[in-house]
Design a protein around this ligand. Structure first.
Ligand code: ARG
Length: 416
């Protein structure tokens, strides 16, 4: 018999339809939300590499040396020009950073190799390279000041993050991704990964013994007194990274060159270089510091940072993670005052710390770096932790080997 029941069965109850519609709408909403997020809201970082030419500069080989004052001054001028150009452009929100990586002089001028970072949502990114190019082109056309730049020499291309990092890691004294923050050795605070990529731990029979600084892919500098017990390379290893124990990776020592005028038990000429058995590939958290020129003047009052795994206070405990402490350069005269070191500080040494005491390097920091950033925020090794009367005592700041005084000695031993 005919029963019209199925018809009523096929129409779903209203609540169920509402539920289905609601579910579909919710899923659609999530998908649209995610799309908007990834395409229009979430920022991605883009890296670019390029070059342009400054034409009215006579050939000067000093531009070939990355640490020369000539290189730093010209680079700074060009870097300022780039910051100004991008910050007053329509890309000012996307602009993160721009740097001169290298200068290449020739008979018709100096070519500047540059490196840029921008941040933009995917949807906005299209056309960014052309926009950057046109901003730089305009900048090169405007000859403000005495420099003449050639807009037609401009080259620009997008590169990967890995290649961008490679470029900075190959230059001295730069950090891959760092905004240095001092929150809190003695009176210091824990360093972040990659903050002091040149810092090495020199280990004697596997135990941290001294600090050292990487100055090339094979050489380090440290203190001569670190080898007072033995200078057999076989007894030493070198490690990097913020954690001293267990080390992330060990490197072996081929040769130890101690300053020929260093005398055991005395403080002068406290410097040595270490040659590793193999070249180290540079990475974000392992690369070299810049060496200052012999003629560089280190001004008293300037801020510097000392880093190491040394004792947290005199005769105290040792940290596992690398410590950093902000210090100030102290002039040799005050450091030689009667109540201070009473004439013991020679002009091949450098005092840094505070006459009031408290923040200082300590035992186990020896051989490690005292660094400061120049006006381009590039880090230079100005001192090597050498000696002091205990740690952080009033009127007894840290005394360091003055690197500028040994710059030529380092060159004569390493070719760097
Ligand atoms: N000579 C000590 C060492 O072997 C470090 C001296 C640094 N002292 C200081 N107060 N800054 O580790």
């Amino acid at each position: 018999m005919y029963r019209p029941v199925t018809a009523t069965r096929t129409s779903l109850p209203v609540w169920m339809i509402a539920l289905v519609v609601f579910g579909v709408l919710a899923i659609l909403g999530i998908i649209i939300g995610l799309l908007v997020h990834f395409l229009a809201v979430e920022n991605r970082t883009y890296y670019y590499q390029g070059s342009f030419k400054v034409v009215n500069i006579p050939y000067d080989s000093n531009y070939e040396r990355e640490t020369s004052p000539e290189s730093n001054y010209l680079s700074k001028i060009l870097e300022n020009k780039m910051v100004d150009a991008f910050q007053s452009s329509s890309l000012y929100r996307q602009y993160i950073n721009s740097q001169v990586i290298k200068l290449v002089p020739d008979n018709s001028g100096v070519t500047a190799q540059i490196w840029l970072i921008f941040k933009a949502p995917r949807s906005v990114k299209a056309g960014t390279r052309t926009r950057i190019e046109s901003i730089l082109h305009q900048m090169l056309k405007n000859h403000s000041g005495s420099l003449t730049t050639d807009p037609n020499s401009l080259r620009l291309m997008e590169i990967s993050k890995v290649d961008a990092e490679k470029i900075t890691n190959n230059r001295c004294g730069r950090r891959a991704r760092m905004s240095a923050t001092y929150d809190r050795i003695k009176g210091g605070s824990t360093a972040q990964e990659g903050e002091w990529p040149w810092q090495a731990s020199l280990k004697k029979n596997g135990q941290h013994y001294c600090g050292a600084s990487l100055i090339s892919d094979r050489y380090l500098v440290t203190a001569a007194h670190c080898f007072k017990k033995t200078n057999n390379p076989k007894n030493y290893t070198v490690s990097f990274g913020t954690k001293v124990n267990p080390p992330y990776m060990q490197h072996y020592v081929q040769k130890i060159i101690i300053h020929e005028d260093y005398i055991l038990g005395e403080h002068h000429d406290d410097i040595a270089v270490i040659l590793l058995t193999e070249n180290i590939p540079f990475k974000n958290d392992v690369h070299r510091v810049c060496l200052p020129e012999a003629s560089q003047i280190i001004l008293p009052g300037e801020g510097a940072v000392v880093t190491g795994w040394g004792a947290l206070f005199y005769d105290g405990a040792y940290p596992v993670l690398l410590q950093k402490a902000p210090v100030k350069i102290i002039d040799t005269n005050s450091c030689n005052a009667e109540e201070a070191y009473n004439g013991e500080v020679q002009d091949t040494m450098l005092c840094a710390g505070y006459m009031e005491g408290n923040i200082d390097a300590c035992q186990g920091d020896s051989g490690g770096p005292l660094v400061y950033p120049n006006f381009r925020n590039i880090w230079y090794l100005v001192g090597i932790v050498s000696w002091g009367d205990e740690c952080g005592k009033i009127n007894k700041p840290g005394v360091y080997t003055r690197v500028t005084a040994y710059r030529n000695w380092i060159a004569s031993k390493t070719g760097i």
